[in-house]
Ligand binder design. Sequence first.
Ligand code: MG
Length: 385
Amino acid sequence: MHNNAMVGYSLILAASALVPGALFAGLYGDIPNATHAWAVHDTNRPKPSRVTINEKGVPSDAIVLFDGTKESFEKNWCDGNGGPAKWIVNDDGTFSCGTGFKFGECRTREEFGDCQLHIEYKHPADITSIGGGAQMRGNSGVFLMGPKYGYEVQVLESYFTCKELDGTPEFVQNYADGQAGAVYAENPPLVNPQRKPGEWQVYDIVFHQPVWKGSQLTHPGSITVFFNGVLVQDHWEMEGQTTHCRRRPLAPHPAKGPLSLQDHGCPVSFRNIWLRPLASRWDNLTHSDMSADPEKVMAERRATAAKLYAKIADPKAATADNVKALAEVVSYADEGAYAADFRNALEAYRAKPGDAKEVKSVNDALNVLVRGKVIPESAKIANPK
Ligand code: MG
C-alpha cells in the first residue's frame, strides 16, 4: 500500500533530510507497525491506572489473602479438599502450622495464575530440627498454582544452614537447592539474606507460569524472588515442576491454581499476605514483538485513526495544522478517506505553503512518516525561498 501511495509524488526535495526534532503534540516518535499499535511516545496510548499504597504497604489493587484476622483466614484459606484449614490463627495477627504433619495443606480458596505475591513468615527463635536434618528445620513452602503442579519457593530455617556458617557449632548441613529462597530442587537463591530464627522473613515474588500452545511450550515461565528485599531469584525460567529428588519436566496444566502453603511437619507462622494477579506478556496482543496479533494491532490502529480523524473539523482544508493532523491519522491507518484527504491536503499545501517556520513544523511531521516508510522523502515540502 505504501509503495503505491508513493507513486505520483512530485520530486520536490527538502533542503535537509534531517530536521532537528521539535516537540509537538501528535506525530513524533516512530509510528505504529504490525506488532505495535501505538507510536513511540504516543500520547494516544492508554495510561496506566493509578494504584495507591496503604499504611501497611498494600497496593490498592491487591487481593488481601490474610489481614491478621480469623475472618480473613476463614474467608480466604481452606484445606486441600476445600474444607476448613487446620492451621492455627493466633492472637497476634499470624497463623501457624505446627509439628507432626497433622495440619495438612493450607491453600487459598481462590485460584490464581501469574501474580505478584507478598508473604511474610517466621520460625520459632528456639527452632530445632524435628527429627533431624536441615530439611526438618522450619520447612514449609510457597506453592504457586498449588502442590499438584508445584512451583515451590522453599520456606526453611536457613540462617544456620548457609554456607557462610559452615564449621560453626550451630551449622546444619543442607543442600543449596532446598534452602530458603530456592526454587525447590531447581535453583538455589543467589545469596542468603535470611534473618535469624524468631525474626520475620519477607518474600516478594513475581511469578509467570509456563506458556503453552497446545502441547508446544512457548515459554517456560519465570520466578523472581526478593527475600527480605534482596534479589535471590533473578527471573528464573522454570525447568520443571518442583518435586523432591527428581526432575519433573514442565507439562501443560490449568491456567489457574491455588496459592498453597506446605505442611512439612515443622512449626512456622505466616502474616501479611497479599497478591496482585498479573497479565502475562504473552497476553499482550496489541503491542509486543513477542506476542502481538497483527489483526488485533490493526484493529487498534484503525480505532485510534478514527478517533483522531473525527477531531478534524474540515479534513479537506489545506492548512498546515490539517496536514499534520492527517499525517498522524495515516500513521495509524494509511487507507481510504484518511489517505485521500491527507495526500490531497498535502498537495494543496505544497502549492501554497506557509512561511519557513510553518513549513518546518509540517516537515517535522512528514519526517516521521518518511522514517516509517509511509511517504517518500520527496513528499516533504520545499523550504520557502
Ligand atoms: Mg518445603
